[in-house]
Write a protein that binds this ligand. Structure first.
Ligand code: PLP
Length: 475
């Protein structure tokens, strides 16, 4: 499979190249040149496969030329044999219409593990093959950092520096980063906000001194959801859940708590491959740029409001660019100009083709904190399920969808449960009065020693640390 950039001027790459590159050199994002299609009969034949076997079947066309079938199957077995539930992503029924798809049975209790655990193995395979090393520098507000650190811990060819805003991530999130003991992990708690951390990281990528000292370009997109391999891995659980609910002979609707538009874009890919998805509901918190874009075509960024769903406190959703490219006729030059306009003014208008293309599959809904809490209470009282606030945003949208005419009567609606409730236990306890406990497999999280370096909020402090330690490990 060949991968092309949404902005039209970067060279096409194979799967291995696109995985290691992350971001394309023209600033765009990689997408497959065409969508692989599965017939109804082929989809029907997937019923009853284990998660690992299904994952290998779905990902096969995307990795063709970079991994053999045997390599891919072995990889999927290793990665998905190690989750905290035999089904990897189990479905839980709430009532006759509503279901939860639990995506939080990986090591750090959020859906990001499903893809990042695979990505860690892919990096290792490809770096080994090329005899190369990879230095990852990232900023996190919590979930990506912990999932990425757990995915690359102890891997010889990878060095990871993860910046988080000191005191502004939950204690579980922090401990999931700082208690991982491996020489290639560097946790930096910086004095400042997530935006400050993100700004330092971006600046490091254009700092020639940094590139020189780590002996090659740093990789900005390596573990972020702009990496195509992450989205590819997430396509699998749409198939897995839809098959259990009667696909391809029945249509399914999904509600997806959305921040960077990665998880819900994987649902779009599943639909392009032939899975009968009736509707994808983009559920946002009050940071609702996507809700506004999908309802009125107005994509304009404001300032970010802090909520009880921090992983969705995002104004600019990187992966939305992939949808605009695919729905807008795959015109890289036109999209590059449109995105340049957005970079300059933080606002843009969707074209008619983009709006109509998106409307075929997507609708959207927004939940404020009260509505989120109410959906969490509904899950607890009506179905005895304690859910996390991000899942609560998704469930709010699901419950409203039939009356809003967004989903046909009789269609099952699946809410993606993106995090375990124990990861956000304070917010859960406030909303439903129950304090969720951590699953036994991470039970000693509070007994393990933490290791992180506290740094002042200046760019120089972060950069000097990376320079010092990247040089040490390269020598
Ligand atoms: C990352 C995250 C999201 C948002 O997912 P995107 O792919 O960025 O849209 C939602 N919920 C949780 C718990 C997350 O960690």
């Amino acid at each position: 499979m060949e991968y092309i950039s949404t902005r039209g001027s970067a060279p096409a790459l194979d799967f291995e190249g696109a995985t290691l590159a992350g971001l394309a050199s023209d600033g765009g994002l990689y997408l497959p040149r065409e969508w692989p299609r599965l017939s109804e009969a082929e989809i029907r034949a997937m019923r009853g496969l284990s998660y690992a076997a299904l994952a290998a079947r779905i990902m096969r066309p995307f990795v063709a030329g970079s991994l053999t079938e045997a390599e891919l199957e072995a990889l999927c077995k290793t990665v998905y044999g190690d989750f905290g539930h035999a089904a990897v992503t189990p479905l839980v029924q709430l009532n006759e219409t509503h279901w939860l798809l639990e995506l939080f049975h990986g090591p750090t209790l959020a859906f990001k593990d499903v893809a990042l655990q695979l990505l860690g193995h892919l990096f290792e395979t490809f770096l080994e093959r090329r005899g190369k090393r990879l230095t990852i520098v990232g900023a996190t507000s919590g979930d990506t950092g912990s999932a990425a650190i757990n995915a690359v811990a102890g891997r010889e060819r990878i060095e990871i520096f993860m910046l988080h805003p000191n005191g502004r991530v939950s204690e579980v999130q922090r401990r999931q980063m700082t208690t991982v003991r491996a020489p290639n992990i560097h946790n930096l708690a910086i004095d400042g906000s997530f935006d400050d951390a993100q700004r330092h990281v971006k600046r490091m990528f254009s700092d020639p001194e940094v590139a020189h000292s780590v002996g090659g370009p740093l990789n900005l997109g390596a573990v972020n959801s702009i990496n195509w391999a992450r989205l590819m891995a997430q396509v699998v659980y749409y198939f897995y859940s839809a098959l259990q609910l009667g696909a391809p002979d029945r249509k399914i609707a999904y509600s997806v708590p959305t921040g960077n538009f990665g998880d819900v874009f994987a649902g779009y890919v599943a639909a392009q491959m032939g899975l009968p998805i009736e509707r994808l509901i983009v559920a946002t918190n009050v940071n609702d740029i996507l809700h506004r874009a999908l309802t009125s075509g107005d994509y304009s960024a404001g300032s970010t409001t802090q909520t009880i769903t921090p992983s969705m406190d995002i104004q600019v959703s990187s992966n939305f660019e992939r949808l605009l490219f695919d729905c807008g006729g795959r015109d890289g030059a036109a999209l590059a100009a449109q995105m340049q306009g957005f970079d300059d003014s933080h606002a843009m208008q969707l074209t008619n083709a983009q709006r109509q293309g998106a409307a075929k599959l997507f609708t959207s809904a927004r939940a404020d904190q009260k509505e989120t809490a109410r959906a969490m209470q509904w899950a607890w009282r009506s179905a005895a399920q304690v859910i996390d606030p991000h899942t609560g945003v998704g469930l709010h949208a699901s419950l409203a969808a039939p009356a809003a005419g967004q989903v046909e009567p009789g269609t099952p609606i699946v809410t993606l449960a993106t995090a375990h409730p124990a990861k956000f236990r304070e917010a859960v306890e406030r909303a439903v009065g129950v304090r969720p406990s951590l699953p036994p497999r991470v039970g000693d999280l509070f007994g393990r020693e933490e290791r992180f370096t506290e740094l002042p909020g200046t760019y120089d402090a972060s950069r000097d640390f990376v320079l010092q330690h990247a040089a040490d490990s390269a020598s």
